[in-house]
Write a protein that binds this ligand. Structure first.
Ligand code: SF4
Length: 69
């Protein structure tokens, strides 16, 4: 799956880091860093992270070939 975060929206609340620490974390300066391409095994966690983000900055796209394009 592909994950994108609109860093213009992100306010470093960190809910995504709690929801999906395999994907999201903070660097030494408290900027969000994330895996732009993550295993589909983590899809549910990624979608939970997107759902809990208070500014809706996270977009999750499942891998091609699953359902309608
Ligand atoms: S939950 Fe949203 S606002 Fe908070 S760090 Fe993650 S992407 Fe940024």
């Amino acid at each position: 799956m592909q994950i994108t975060v609109d860093m213009n929206l992100c306010e470093s609340h960190g809910q995504c880091v709690f929801a999906a620490p395999e994907i999201f974390s903070f660097d030494d300066e408290d900027y969000l860093v994330y895996e732009a391409t993550a295993s589909d095994d983590l899809l549910a966690k990624a979608e939970k992270a997107a759902a809990v983000c208070p500014v809706r900055a996270i977009q999750v796209h499942a891998a091609a070939g699953q359902g309608a394009a």
